[in-house]
Design a protein around this ligand. Structure first.
Ligand code: FAD
Ligand code: FES
Length: 277
């Protein structure tokens, strides 16, 4: 047992998948059996992954909390820590603390139709939510999933999207800015998919990805009848502590690490996609 809830715990890499040239997934198991059994998260939360001697980064949990198995994280190698995490192999250990932050509004989503709109690897924070909704299928209404990527090869979870598309009461629409010969889906960015999408006027929207993309999608949803108070966004900022102490993640009055990363749109509307914030 750890002496303080915010101290990192040792975790072992029990699975690793290279998803694309620079994106990989790690499945992590806490070494301490009591901590492993007591670990609870909700979809949309993140862990701080700590590479000894290098540093620590916030990474979304992509496994469904009700899965009960290892914690899955999908990571793009962009800098010092994520390149270090990329070098981990099955059997290696790292530090993990969490789960942190506020996740998706499960209570509001229960019994509702849900539309999920994502861009790029921004989809990581919603993958656990989608998995959770499909595990508890009877609890949620129609599910619309829109995903946009820059290049066709950036589309990870490709097989999962295919499986989801074949399910009843699920619509999956995919788009890529640069598709290539083998790309069977739409060309362009994710906003081009909105016309064909089933948009639930009384439902819930969950958005994540580049803030400019989310800002472009919101009026397309509200023009089709969605209430801004039923639109939720997952926001990313540089983080250091994850527990509201350092101020690195502050956006206006909000600390993304604790008040978010998931926000109701009107609560964050003044602060997204603004230079300097
Ligand atoms: C709540 C939350 C959840 C996240 N979930 C995931 C995830 O599931 N998978 C994933 O791959 N990444 C995720 N990230 C982003 C990830 O934390 C950063 O990529 C990581 O911190 C970069 O650290 P580094 O040391 O590798 O790079 P650094 O050397 O620190 O930086 C490399 C480059 O990336 C930029 N950068 C660093 N952090 C961010 C950020 N948060 N947003 C935009 N640019 C950044 C830097 O400005 C620099 O240009 C998440 C971030 C947050 C806040
Ligand atoms: S990351 Fe330190 S206050 Fe949010």
């Amino acid at each position: 047992m750890r002496s303080h809830p915010d101290l990192p715990l040792a975790a072992r890499v029990v699975g690793r998948v290279q998803e694309t040239r620079d994106i990989f997934s790690l499945r992590l198991a806490l070494l301490d059996a009591t901590e492993r059994a007591g670990y609870r998260s909700v979809p949309g939360q993140y862990n701080m992954l700590y590479l000894f001697g290098v540093g620590e980064v916030p990474i979304s949990i992509v496994s469904d909390p009700d899965d009960g198995g290892p914690l899955e994280h999908t990571i793009r190698a962009v800098g010092r820590v994520t390149h270090g995490l990329e070098r981990l192999r099955v059997g290696d250990t790292l530090g993990l603390r969490g789960p942190y932050g506020r996740g998706w509004p499960l209570d509001a989503a229960r019994g509702s139709d849900v539309i999920v709109v994502t861009g790029g690897l921004g989809c990581a924070p919603v993958i656990s939510m989608v998995r959770h909704m499909l595990r508890h299928r009877e609890t949620f209404g129609f599910i619309t999933l829109l995903q946009g990527v820059k290049h066709a090869e950036d589309l990870i979870w490709r097989r999962q999207y295919q499986t989801w598309a074949a399910l009843p009461d699920v619509q999956v629409l995919l788009a890529s800015d640069q598709g290539g010969m083998q790309w069977p889906h739409a060309m362009g960015n994710v906003t081009t998919l909105l016309d064909q999408a089933r948009i639930p006027a009384d439902g819930i929207a969950m958005l994540c990805g580049p803030e400019r993309m989310m800002k472009a999608v919101i009026p397309l949803l509200t023009d089709r009848g969605m209430d801004p108070f039923r639109i939720w966004l997952s926001i990313e900022r540089n983080m250091q502590c994850g527990i509201g102490h350092c101020g690195h993640c502050q956006v206006g009055p909000h600390f993304i690490c604790q008040d978010g990363p998931v926000f109701r749109y009107p609560d964050i509307a003044d602060w997204i996609d603004r230079e300097g914030f």
